[in-house]
Ligand binder design. Sequence first.
Ligand SMILES: Nc1nc2c(ncn2[C@@H]2O[C@H](COP(=O)(O)OP(=O)(O)OP(=O)(O)O)[C@@H](O)[C@H]2O)c(=O)[nH]1
Ligand SMILES: [Zn+2]
Length: 352
Amino acid sequence: MTDIKTYGFPEELIPPEGPALPARVTAVFKGRWQLITPEGQQYATLKTKEYIYESGEEFPTTGDYVLALPAPGDWQIVRTLPRKSFFSRLDGWHGTEQAVAANMDVVFAVQSLNENFSLKRLERYLTLGWNSGARPVVVLTKADLPGDHGEMLREAKAVAGEAPVFALSSKTGEGMEQLAPYLRPGTTAAFLGSSGVGKSSLINALAGEEIMSVSGVREYDSAGRHTTTHRQLLLLKSGVLVIDTPGMRELGMWDAGEGLSTAFPDVERFLGRCRFSDCKHEREPGCAIKAAIENGELDPERWESYKLLNGESERSRRLGAVRRKQGQPSKALAKSRRQERKYRGKNFPGEY
Ligand SMILES: Nc1nc2c(ncn2[C@@H]2O[C@H](COP(=O)(O)OP(=O)(O)OP(=O)(O)O)[C@@H](O)[C@H]2O)c(=O)[nH]1
Ligand SMILES: [Zn+2]
């Protein structure tokens, strides 16, 4: 018997009785889902009636809590339970939103304290983090490298807003203890950051063992053989769950609306205050944004970042709308998205 609560499964989502059992998606392959269930690891497919014919159920992704019917071979997934948070990318071909990771509690926006340090990138990860519904935490890695990191730390804090900022080193372990409050057993964590900032090293440091390589997850079966069908959701010895899916590296600013407002409260407070409601904030008289920049109330750099990310978000939304017009079902999607937003407000018991 596996206690799936150790995999983060919230108590209140566990169905009172069968036949379907609660499970969490640990990896997604082509048409096949890897699950952790009360009966250990299982593989499953989607039950056609629920997912295709009635087409109301959102396709499960890594991290999803699902209900599945046990079977001698592949199990059958019958329900995707409401998501607490999720990352999605725009499926450019179908014009639909595709979830790539679900039910993260905390999202680490990772940057390194070297020449790759970029506030613009940090703002992007923070926006994605807030928009996912999880709690973003900024991690500045490689604090062991020589140099005065005070200025970078201050700059990061200035753009992070409500998100905490920590400098640490996976190599020496300095500063790692600051993450403890965000990494209680049963917590699901995801990591955003460009290649080389030290995400894998950080995960290894948290795991206390080498589970990640630069090329991705290294996992071995009980006989010590390398397994190719690796997990994308890992349970660390500490009880923390780590999500690392290929799709997370392709996140765009798809529908970043809510995340932008949370990541840029300093910009948002001037929006909607211009004389003309369709103000482009360029040369119009009575522009509140321009006035705020001129009198020093709004940092022009922040405005530039906001414009860039907002523009990206609008473009992908428009692309999605066009594609949907060409005959893609979107009602169910919009509905489930609304339900999820509602559900998100609720914290799981025992959570910070
Ligand atoms: N000095 C120092 N080097 C580090 C630290 N963390 C990671 N590195 C080095 O930075 C390089 C990249 O680290 P990775 O952990 O592979 O980075 P990543 O973000 O996972 O990169 P991708 O797998 O390409 O996404 C490696 O050479 C690490 O040894 C640290 O805390 N201090
Ligand atoms: Zn304006």
